[in-house]
Design a protein. Structure first.
Length: 209
């Protein structure tokens, strides 16, 4: 069964509080999202397997450990998911990056796919799907389905803020996928926005309306 991981580290919660503030501008919002993504990345990658490697320090030879041959891929859900990529790349600079483009139909609130570009060997990698908001869960669920059709078997969903409705949908449709969040908010409003949330993450990242 899918596990829900709430990353409640004090620095994550502190930065998230600043991001929620409507007075926080796009420049600071982007920087904070990058910083939180790096911090969350430590937990998302906590159990990456390590292989022994023989190296020589300035003092002597030793057996050290490095990430095993099965590497990472980061797949943001466009467009807001892009804001989480740079933080993860600081943590794992050699990760490959794919993109899945989805937008929400304003009437049905369901996702529509308009773009997909993934690394050719994505089915051999541990995949971290990023999207700041886990609202209805529709976009996340569709993205996870697309990746599974590509043969991916080791996927994690990393979001900033979620609500019970979205969490329940992803867990129901993808019971094998772990979800990582910084906070679980109260509910969705009539326009399917997270309450209290932090507004439209894409607009706040890119300064659009």
């Amino acid at each position: 069964m899918s596990q829900l991981h709430i990353i409640n580290h004090p620095m994550v919660q502190h930065k998230l509080s600043i991001m929620r503030n409507k007075e926080t501008g796009s420049k600071d919002f982007r920087q904070l999202l990058k910083e939180i993504s790096l911090l969350m990345g430590y937990e998302v990658t906590r159990d990456i397997p390590l292989d022994p490697i023989e190296i020589e320090t300035p003092i002597c030879k030793m057996t050290a450990r490095q990430v095993s041959g099965r590497k990472l891929a980061i797949v943001p859900i466009l467009r807001a998911g892009l804001g989480m990529v740079d933080g993860l790349l600081e943590l794992v600079p050699v990760a490959r990056v794919g993109h899945i483009g989805l937008y929400r139909n304003e009437e049905t609130h369901e996702p529509v796919v308009y773009y997909s570009k993934l690394p050719e060997d994505i089915n051999t990698r541990m995949v971290i799907v990023t999207d700041p908001m886990l609202a209805t869960g529709g976009s996340a669920s569709d993205a996870l389905t697309m990746l599974k059709k590509k043969g991916c078997t080791n996927i994690r969903l990393m979001c900033l803020v979620g609500v019970p409705e979205g969490i329940e949908r992803v867990q129901r449709e993808h019971p094998d996928i772990d979800i990582y969040l910084a906070a679980v908010d109260d509910h969705l409003n009539e326009n399917a926005y997270i309450v209290p949330g932090l507004g439209d993450a894409g607009d706040r990242i890119f300064g659009t309306k």
